[in-house]
Design a protein around this ligand. Structure first.
Ligand SMILES: Nc1ncnc2c1ncn2[C@@H]1O[C@H](COP(=O)(O)OP(=O)(O)OP(=O)(O)O)[C@@H](O)[C@H]1O
Length: 865
């Protein structure tokens, strides 16, 4: 129970070894960099860091990648040439360094001259024979990955396979050469290694070494393809089918035994894809689709299964085994029931585990494989960061004052102990027997007056302690730097889903909370007390821990200045409405639309979860990572979305209920699907923090506020008015209240972090939230449909409908990520354009256009081309 009175404070911070600077591009000098704060001295010149910077600079990666590819092509030319001209070059190579270079050079017949002949001689003749060709192929694949940021073929598997092939082919060809006794003329096919190993094996096993070579191949195949999970495809059921699909959740793959994506599969990938296409759980159907000529115009739906069109193009019929479930779902969602005959999928020969065995787990971070997390060096190390200095004199004086004050009011105490925190010192008092706690509490103001110190807070009793705590601010407080908490073990080892480091407790422990568990946070504080710094701390924590594929931020800043720095993160971490220019939302109307759009995203996510049979985002993503959810059914990896609202008061004044309702709805329901809210306000009055909002934010954080009433509004208890400012705060969660000192992060640190992230290659654009059109733009009357004024997504929606042969609003909504109203308007326009039939109650609308070619002609006509 008791804490040692003045024991030296345990420093819970341990600095990790100096991290390497991994900054990507040199930063231009900043104009008007905010606060003129003392910057740490940087070391004169750090060669290791400079080398590291150069190596991780995207330009170096690009140069190196291209160089590797050129070298690979060179080697390929040299090796191929050697297979043809090798015998003629042997004598030249042998005398290469004993005769004048010009002479030997001119005699060389290798297409890459003497250098080509020399290198090929080593790799082909001395070592691997034809197997040496594996080397340039591996180099090319690696160079391609470095240059374009994605893999042409799965690099690790390809390298393993090719290296094996190099050695094995050398061994096998060595056997042939030995059997046919043709070493004189053909030994360069197997290379020195193959020949020598075969000679050795021959002495061991005689001609039986072929069995050994065969067994080596067998073993490799067994391990490489992990044959445990492979089941033989049931050709009996459908000998002619080229495409099959899994019965349970229609996961698809080729039946031609082609476990890996074909080269054409990878060829169809964009040359610089930002989307993690190579690791999408199921890529095969995509390849089949894109290889069909008639569909080439439609590159925007690569993942779409095209049952009917494929059937036409390939003569293969597809069936959906779980059609009933899908029909039920459609009925439930739209009230429309498909009348079109169900496409058929054959049972899939592979199970989900096989997909994992073949492609590995899905890794969302491969969206941006070269993404570098911000380094600790971007945060300022405050060299003169003094620890809280509370002298023994100050401690004894305060103790005596507390004892005397209490005694004056007739309260005797048994003992008093102090623990020194960064901002305040906690004096824990054990009162004498029979003293009522409420009496001490009622003397709070008198004690504060006697101690003539601001910010006294009395905690009576200390939860779970049976003591009474009196917090007295330190004369010299400690500034808790962001760097010190970010580099702490507690934070770096934190396994939380959304870890945020909120500061240091009174006993100097670093406090890390999980925003995902909070699950929303309400923040209040009078102006100038550290709210903006607090929000920056929260954002910094998340950015330091999360990959852009795992986290999206929606930043709402009606004050227009606080969060501007974060707009550099647009293509990495930010999410916005599809039609909005600015990534940070400042306009009230847009805020309302964004909040409603988040509600749509929430509903969409719930539908996905329901479809996947998962209870929350974590389960869902875990299932997706294990490739158990089919992207063709709209499943995707769902990043966490954190909505930050800096200054709710402004919004509530201008938009009131329009803002309150979606916020309350999100706060009520969004936790399970990974949308979390952080809402800050200067004015914690009841017309800003309404009952509806408050009831849905169990975690609340308060910096110093101006009155006890404000403190009650935010925390349901007084105390926040007694705080001492500069990041001194109270966190209330799960009915506990703890006092924390918020870390300090300066605007120039935020700027550096944002530049560091923003300068790296990101997504093509910010994460698109679903479209939301306000009620005024709601579903129009059918008769009013004006085809001259078509929705910008009209063409895409038309193609989608024709491809799927399904006239359903929910299909448009899901696939094009649109709101219900807009999708409804689109369907009306499609009806007016005679692409889909009329609404027929419970049935889906008929699709009047049967193929894409006819559709394209109709679209051209509509455009008057
Ligand atoms: N955690 C902290 N540690 C040390 N100093 C701090 C801390 N937080 C804030 N300060 C100091 O207080 C000043 C004001 O903080 P901040 O800008 O966050 O206030 P605010 O509450 O957001 O004010 P406003 O609402 O007017 O924007 C900072 O410039 C800084 O000097």
């Amino acid at each position: 129970m008791a804490q040692p009175t003045t024991s030296p404070r345990q420093n819970t911070l341990r600095q990790p070894p100096q991290e390497r600077v991994r900054q990507n591009t040199p930063r231009p000098a900043r104009e008007g960099a905010s606060t003129p704060r003392a910057r740490p001295k940087r070391p004169s010149f750090d060669w290791a860091a400079a080398l590291d910077r150069w190596l991780t600079d995207q330009r170096s990666t690009l140069t190196f990648g291209v160089l590797l590819m050129l070298l690979a092509i060179g080697l390929l030319v040299a090796f191929t040439s050697y297979l043809i001209t090798g015998p003629a070059d042997q004598s030249v190579v042998g005398s290469a360094f004993s005769e004048p270079l010009a002479e030997t050079g001119s005699e060389t017949r290798n297409w890459l001259g003497l250098a080509g002949a020399l290198i090929a001689q080593a790799f082909v003749f001395r070592w691997f024979g034809v197997g040496a060709l594996a080397l340039p192929i591996i180099m090319f694949l690696a160079g391609y990955k470095l240059t374009f940021g994605h893999e042409l073929l799965p690099l690790r598997r390809a390298t393993t396979g090719l290296l094996f092939l190099a050695v094995w082919s050398s061994l096998f060809l060595g056997y042939i050469v030995l059997v046919t006794d043709s070493a004189e003329t053909a030994s360069f096919w197997c290379g020195g290694i193959g020949y020598e190993m075969n000679s050795a094996l021959h002495s061991l096993f005689g001609w039986g070494n072929l069995a050994f070579i065969g067994f080596v191949l067998f073993m490799f195949v067994v391990y490489f393809y992990d044959v445990r999970n492979l089941k033989l495809p049931s050709f009996a059921t459908s000998p002619s089918s080229a495409l099959t699909s899994q019965s349970d959740d229609t996961l698809q793959t080729y039946e031609d035994g082609d476990a890996e994506p074909d080269e054409e599969d990878t060829d169809t990938l964009d040359s610089l894809p930002i989307v993690n296409e190579s690791s999408l759980p199921v890529t095969e159907p995509e390849a089949a689709v894109t290889s069909i000529d008639t569909l080439q115009a439609d590159t925007s739906y690569p993942e779409t299964p095209l049952p009917d069109v494929i059937a036409k193009a390939t003569g293969v019929t597809l069936t959906i085994k779980n059609r009933d479930a899908i029909v039920d779902e459609l009925q439930e969602e739209t009230g429309e029931l498909s009348a079109t005959p169900a496409p058929t999928f054959e049972p899939d020969p592979f199970e989900e585990d096989d997909l994992v065995a073949l492609h590995g787990l899905y890794d969302p971070t491969l969206d941006l494989p070269q993404y570098q997390y911000p380094t600790n060096e971007l945060l300022t190390e405050y060299q003169n960061n003094r620890k809280a200095q509370v002298s023994d004199d100050e401690l004894t004086a305060n103790k005596e004052k507390i004892e005397n004050t209490l005694r004056n009011f007739g309260i005797e105490i048994d003992s008093i102990q102090a623990s020194i925190g960064p901002t305040v010192t906690l004096y824990e008092i054990v009162p004498a027997k029979g003293v009522r706690i409420s009496k001490i509490k009622s003397l709070e103001d008198d004690i504060a007056l006697n101690l003539s110190a601001l910010g006294i807070r009395i905690i009576a009793p200390m939860p779970g302690m049976g003591t009474i705590g009196i917090e007295v601010p330190n004369k010299n407080r400690e500034m808790v730097s962001m760097r010190s908490v970010i580099t702490s073990d507690v934070f770096t080892n934190s396994k939380f889903d959304l870890p945020v480091v909120l500061g240091k407790t009174i006993s100097n422990e670093i406090y890390v909370a999980d925003l995902a568990k909070m699950p929303h946070l309400l923040m209040a504080g009078a102006t100038g007390q550290g709210k903006s710094v607090g929000l920056n701390v929260l954002l910094t924590s998340l950015i330091y821990k999360k990959h852009p594929s795992q986290l999206k931020l929606v930043l709402v800043d009606p004050k227009k200045v606080e969060l501007t720095l974060f707009n550099k993160l647009e293509r990495h971490f930010l999410a916005k409405l599809p039609d909005s220019e600015e990534p940070i939302i400042t306009d009230t109307k847009k805020v309302v639309n964004t909040l409603n759009s988040l509600c749509i995203e929430m509903d969409n996510r719930y539908n996905l979860l329901k479809d996947a049979g998962c209870r929350n985002l974590k389960e869902y993503n875990a299932k997706f990572v294990k490739r158990r959810l089919n992207p063709d059914k709209g499943h995707r990896f769902l990043p966490y979305i954190v909505l930050i609202v800096d200054e709710l008061a402004d919004l509530m004044m201008t938009a009131g209920k329009e803002v309150e309702q979606p916020i309350a709805r999100l706060a009520q329901l969004a936790r399970a699907i990974g949308i979390h809210l952080v809402v800050a306000t200067q004015r914690p009055s009841v017309n800003v923090i309404t009952g509806l909002i408050k009831a849905n934010f169990p975690a609340r954080l308060s910096f110093k506020v101006t009155s006890k009433i404000d403190s009650r509004t935010i925390l349901d208890t007084g105390g926040a008015e007694q705080l001492v400012g500069m990041g001194d705060m109270l966190l209330s969660s799960n009915s506990d209240i703890i006092r924390l000192q918020c870390p300090f992060v300066d605007t120039n640190e935020i700027e550096e972090i944002c530049e560091f992230v923003g300068n790296q290659r990101g997504y093509e654009e910010a994460y698109a939230l679903p479209e939301f059109v306000g009620d005024d733009g709601g579903q129009g009357d059918e008769k009013d449909v004006d085809l001259d004024n078509r929705d910008p997504m009209f063409d895409e929606a038309a193609r989608l409908i024709v491809i799927h042969q399904q006239g359903s609003t929910s299909l448009i909504q899901r696939k094009l990520k649109l709101g219900y109203n807009r999708a409804g308007r689109l369907i009306d326009q499609l009806e007016a354009a005679k692409i889909v039939g009329a609404f027929e109650g419970s049935k889906a609308r008929d699709v009047l256009v049967t193929d894409l070619q006819t559709l394209e002609e109709m679209l051209k006509r509509l455009k008057g081309e």
